[in-house]
Design a protein. Structure first.
Length: 318
């Protein structure tokens, strides 16, 4: 029988977990009856501050198919996703959130697409951002437009982390051991044929999202720096542009002095030129600094996460 691993990153999801568990059990039982598949549920507790870990312990005691990995602190969703993939043992792996914004009812359709051999992955793609702040939607759409112009890795606009993948694709993702991870780019970079299922935006079933504009902005920077070196080239072009501007101002000033007799050294022109050059230098330094900081974190070779507890260690205490 084929084993399907359901990987679920969790951060402060104590309210959503009971709802999610009931729904995923309903879907998995239906698939077992229809396709004869077996399931394991791998929850990753990303240093939650609520009772998420207690809920996972209860579920693991009640259902031996429930496994969990609990971090020593909050390492972020990217670390939680790669931890879940590394601990999953299934022939297929489905990755989705616990807040039911990724509808489990789509898993049977995903399974049909992938198990047929025609696709290596089935993923969802949002076709609308209904319920999302307009400013956030604008910046999200702008991000996809920018990164697809400056990167050789094409990222589908609206593509979500909700994915049903073959073991071969999961192993390829795990083999990418980088510390600074941007999974949307990694999913595209590894290749494999993907079927996108279009869905409407879905509100959380319970709880409050921890994502905000600042976190999303920093996450977008990770994506740009992880899959494009264009910003480094931008530094060169800005430097050339500033030199051209400086040369033009110098030539205009000389022409004014020799042809029109206008005095050199006007304070406003000097200040403007200094500010222009300083600003461009700071931009170039900042871009290089961001790439250097990412390189610095990579060469440290720190683990992407630290596991404090699993269902096996907890059962071993009893």
């Amino acid at each position: 029988m084929e084993l399907i691993s359901v990987v679920v990153p969790c951060y402060n999801e104590e309210e959503s977990l009971p709802l999610f568990y009931d729904e995923i059990i309903r879907v998995s039982d239906g698939m077992t009856a229809e396709f004869g598949t077996e399931f394991e549920f791998v929850f990753v507790n990303d240093g939650s501050r609520d009772k998420t870990l207690e809920k996972l312990r209860e579920l693991s005691e009640r259902d031996k198919r429930v496994r969990y990995v609990s971090f020593s602190r909050n390492f972020g969703k990217e670390s939680a996703m790669i931890a879940g993939l590394e601990h999953a043992e299934g022939d297929y792996v489905v990755l989705l959130d616990a807040d039911l914004q990724h509808p489990p009812r789509l898993i049977p359709e995903m399974y049909r697409c992938v198990s047929s051999g025609e696709y290596d992955c089935a993923a969802t793609r949002r076709i609308s951002r209904k319920g999302e702040p307009k400013l956030l939607s604008f910046f999200a759409n702008s991000f996809y437009g920018i990164i697809n112009k400056i990167s050789q890795t094409q990222i589908i606009s609206g593509a979500q982390d909700f994915r049903f993948m073959t073991r071969q694709m999961v192993d390829a993702i795990i083999s990418m051991s980088e510390y600074n991870r941007f999974s949307k780019g990694i999913f595209s970079w590894v290749g494999f044929k993907t079927k996108f299922i279009e869905i409407e935006n879905t509100e959380r079933a319970a709880g409050t999202t921890t994502w905000n504009f600042k976190k999303l902005f920093l996450y977008s920077l990770d994506g740009i720096m992880g899959f494009s070196t264009a910003p480094l080239a931008l530094s060169l072009f800005l430097g050339i542009f500033s030199c051209v501007i400086a040369a033009v101002i110098f030539i205009v000033t000389l022409v004014q002095f020799f042809s029109l007799g206008i005095s050199l050294g006007r304070f406003a022109n000097i200040v403007s030129l200094i500010l222009l050059m300083s600003g461009l230098c700071l931009i170039c330094t900042g871009i290089n600094g961001l790439y250097l900081s990412k390189t610095y974190m990579e060469v440290k070779c720190r683990p992407k996460y630290i596991v404090k507890e699993t269902e096996k260690t907890e059962r071993g205490k009893k």
